[in-house]
Ligand binder design. Structure first.
Ligand code: 5GP
Ligand code: ZN
Length: 162
């Protein structure tokens, strides 16, 4: 394919993905708003990593309210916060679910958990308390298939969770 045609196709795909992201955000804020097709139907060159919402946030392609970054982790405020503090900590490497973690990533998961404690402490929630949650797959409510640790604090959190 000629270079010009490839570049125009890529721009078209990026435009459609951007529209899909806006629709996704609107759906989160107003659950009655419809969601369109998934990106496999939009992109003729579907790539599970670069079509991943959190990979795109880590890459800076989609804006986020960053609260922390190092060479392995990225943390940002949840777009639909469920508590006064609601931060998501994600590994920079794409791992879809907890089921896909390997022994080589044990250290990475430890860093995520310790970063959650550090971010909660920075905001004064170490003693009063905070909650960390990893949702895995549909029945647990996972909607973004890139491992992420929710960190919630600033209100009394009920147990058991819904
Ligand atoms: P899950 O339901 O997969 O455990 O959590 C996904 C979280 O990602 C949800 O709490 C949702 O509000 C959040 N989220 C989804 N899309 C975006 C986005 O584009 N930006 C941000 N900051 N958070 C998002
Ligand atoms: Zn990803």
């Amino acid at each position: 394919m000629a270079i010009a045609a490839r570049s125009s196709l890529l721009q078209h795909v990026q435009h459609l993905q951007h529209l899909q992201h806006l629709q996704h955000v609107q759906h989160l804020q107003h659950p009655s708003a419809p969601l369109s097709t998934d990106c496999r139907q939009i992109s003729p060159v579907y790539n599970p990593v670069m079509s991943c919402l959190f990979c795109r946030i880590v890459a800076g392609e989609i804006p986020s309210s960053k609260v922390y970054e190092d060479d392995r982790l990225f943390a940002f405020t949840d777009i639909n916060p469920q508590a006064p503090m609601h931060v998501l900590i994600v590994p920079k490497v794409h791992v879809a679910t907890l089921n896909d973690l390997t022994a080589g990533e044990d250290g990475l998961v430890g860093q995520m958990v310790r970063r959650a404690a550090a971010l909660a402490a920075e905001r004064g929630f170490a003693q009063s308390g905070f909650r960390t949650v990893f949702n895995c797959n549909a029945a647990a409510g996972q909607t973004v298939f890139h491992v992420h640790l929710h960190v919630l604090a600033g209100r009394t959190l009920a147990w058991p969770p819904g």
